[in-house]
Design a protein around this ligand. Structure first.
Ligand code: SF4
Ligand code: MSK
Length: 653
């Protein structure tokens, strides 16, 4: 008997909370709506839908942001602590300068920051573990639904781990490598294999400072231990552990996530696709995948092509099934499969308000807990799939790789059956999609350059490309949606600085047309000539948030080729609109790896001038890199340019 498709479980009742809110209905004033549209986003396709939310009283992230103003100034400065039941405590000079336990401002701020880094690192690394467990299942023959898409990369990584691939099937190798990599999470050997990809001089800096990570889970647990009351009391020591934990993310969990996703689903190659909210199709069943983990979304790709489900969609009156991506799981599919992308973090509610979305399938991370509320204003189903990320008002499938395809089929079937509940009169799909070029894995970049990074190094040495900047991270309603990313990217390419981008930053640039080869026209003369000769855009999409590890590998390969530590390279990082704990971990591992990093949003640390000084200056004496905070992307571009030019002088190029 054929296996049966699993059935969903309704996580509490389906929400029905779409009440027109009198406060927001007051926004019916057209002038106020116009003002808010101008303040909230530069995404022109988003504006008609955002306008709809204001007119119809559908709550969005921007409304909730306004409701939260003004923020608590102690929380904003990182000066509140509720770690233990002797508190909660706040530092309010001149009289309340220590918490009940005696913690001062420096300690409270540093502990809060360590908590943030550990949370972000845990999220990335746990995602990596889910991918790795899938590899192991493939190796053990316990799933038929997944396979090895890049056996060559599997062999290369196996060799890095000292596992000989000779005479072994891909499955056997997958089992051996899977086990070796799983041991990196909680192991006794006290080092991570992939650290060896970094230049020797960079690794020596970590060793000398005592921040070389010992195990992926171990560093997160160490952080949690230190922030328990009565453990870590020295803010410097606490922040150094933050760097170590972040390195276990960047050179550990995230790097494993990227590498093994490539092994399982294919190493990205350069390809074309489309982006923005207009990738939804009026005459199709529309399904969005949102979150981070490609183990789920890759199976959804297969399910939407299933002839039985396509036939069912047609029977229900649709022309077919249209799958679109959102946020990082969207980036994973875009990079590998060219699946169109509907948007980034602050687009997630607006996709639903198109009235054309039959289902949003979510896994984990960056998913607004309120999405089921938004969906209750339309016919959209929210389908959650991770036991870690159940959402009230969603239908839950306990997704596991051993029954991946059957579960994906059941999910897609629900979406297809939901097409008949769509109200055609409420469908609003604004504008036209923007074309883009994606798929710039390191392997793809090397291929485009003729097989090695040498031409890139030569171009940098000759000054045709002044340097490279990794622009990463999220959207945040503190910043006008996409403005920080797009303005910074445009300013940098104008200065002949190549941008390599991931996550929501890359999606913002894509929506603005910067991932098209034609965007070379916006670059400085030298970069434009390079891009035109290679037929590539001046902004390269390198993938999702975990794929920031690709940027680390790129930096490491450049450093190794030149025999210099990463901090000597003319490169920088930027996170103009970051919001997430994961972004703090990314920023920390960039800086710990020697990459000067400019943030567009101030972290909650201003309550401790000592912590601010350490992160923006003191770290230069330790890891030869630091953070800067600059909300104005035009000024951030100048900071980055100055840094790159300084590094060029130091390198003698
Ligand atoms: Fe207050 Fe110290 Fe407890 Fe924090 S850990 S709540 S500062 S007593
Ligand atoms: S999805 S972590 S909002 S980049 Fe990776 Fe975007 Fe930031 Fe989430």
């Amino acid at each position: 008997m054929a296996d049966e498709e699993p059935k969903p479980v309704l996580v509490r009742e389906r929400l029905d909370v779409c009440e027109l809110d009198r406060v927001r209905m007051a926004l019916m004033n057209p002038a106020l709506i116009a003002q808010k549209l101008a303040e909230r986003t530069i995404d022109e396709n988003a504006k008609p839908l955002l306008e709809r939310t204001m007119k119809d009283g559908i709550e969005t992230v921007w409304d909730r942001y306004e409701m939260q103003q003004p923020p608590c100034k102690y929380c904003e400065a990182g000066l509140s602590c509720h770690r233990c039941a002797m508190g909660p405590c706040r530092i309010i000079p001149p009289h309340r300068i220590r918490g009940v336990c005696g913690a001062d401002a420096d300690l409270i701020v540093a502990r809060n920051l360590l908590d943030t880094i550990a949370t972000g690192s845990a999220a990335h690394s746990d995602h990596g573990r889910d991918i790795l467990e899938t590899l192991y299942l493939v190796g053990m023959g316990k799933t038929k639904d997944y396979g090895i898409a890049d056996p060559e990369k599997l062999r290369v990584i196996a060799k890095e781990y000292g596992i000989s691939p000779d005479g072994k099937s891909s499955e056997k190798l997958a089992a051996e490598l899977g086990r070796a990599m799983l041991e990196e999470y909680g192991m006794v050997k006290n080092t991570l294999q992939l650290l060896n990809r970094a230049p020797k001089a960079t690794r020596e800096i970590w060793d000398n400072l005592g921040i070389s990570p010992r195990g992926i889970d171990r560093e997160v647990v160490d952080c949690m231990h230190r922030i328990q009351m009565g453990v870590g009391a020295d803010y410097v020591n606490i922040l150094l552990q933050g760097l170590r934990c972040s390195l276990s993310d960047g050179w550990g969990g995230s790097m494993i996530g990227t590498d093994i996703s490539d092994v399982l689903f294919g190493t990205p190659t350069i390809k074309s696709s489309q982006i923005n909210l207009a990738v939804l199709k009026e005459d199709h069943v529309n399904i969005a995948v949102h979150g981070h983990n490609p183990v789920l979304s890759e199976m959804v790709v297969k399910a939407v092509a299933d002839p039985e489900l396509v036939a069912l969609a047609k029977k229900n009156g649709a022309k077919g099934i249209n799958l679109v991506g959102l946020c990082c799981t969207g980036s994973e599919l875009l990079m590998r499969k060219g699946i169109p992308m509907s948007g980034n973090h602050l687009n997630q509610e607006l996709v639903i308000t198109s009235g054309a979305l039959e289902a949003m399938i979510v896994d984990y991370q960056c998913i607004f807990p309120s999405l089921a509320r938004t969906a209750s204003c339309f016919h959209t189903l929210i389908i959650s799939t991770s036991a870690k990320a159940k959402m009230p008002g969603s239908y839950f499938f306990d997704f596991h790789a051993d029954k991946g395809f059957l579960t994906a089929k059941a999910i897609v079937r629900m979406a297809v059956e939901n097409f008949k509940n769509r109200n055609p009169k409420r469908v609003l799909i604004p504008g036209k999609p923007v074309p883009l070029m994606s798929g710039f894995s390191n392997e793809a970049i090397k291929n485009a350059l003729g097989g090695s990074f040498k031409p890139l190094i030569d171009l940098i040495a000759a000054g045709k490309i002044r340097g490279a900047v990794g622009i990463v991270g999220c959207n945040n309603p503190h910043v006008k949606h996409d403005y920080g990313h797009v303005t910074l990217s445009k300013a940098l390419i104008k200065k002949n600085i190549l941008c390599v981008e991931t996550g929501c930053a890359a999606i913002a640039s894509a929506k603005a047309g910067l991932l098209r080869p034609e965007a070379a026209a916006l670059a400085g003369d030298d970069l434009r000539a390079v891009c035109e000769s290679l037929k590539i855009p001046p902004v390269l999409h390198m993938g999702s948030c975990v794929d920031n590890s690709r940027i680390l590998v790129l930096a490491a390969e450049l450093g190794n080729a030149l025999n210099v530590p990463i901090h000597k390279l003319p490169i920088a990082g930027a996170a103009p609109e970051w919001y997430s704990q994961k972004a703090v971990s990314i920023g920390a591992y960039f800086v710990a790896s020697g990459v000067y990093t400019v943030l567009g949003v101030m972290p909650h640390i201003s309550g401790s001038p000592a912590v601010v000084s350490l992160l923006t200056d003191g770290l230069k004496g330790a890891v030869n890199a630091s953070f800067a905070v600059e909300p104005d992307p035009v000024k951030a571009a100048v900071l980055i340019e100055n840094h790159i030019e300084k590094k060029r002088v130091e390198l003698g190029i």
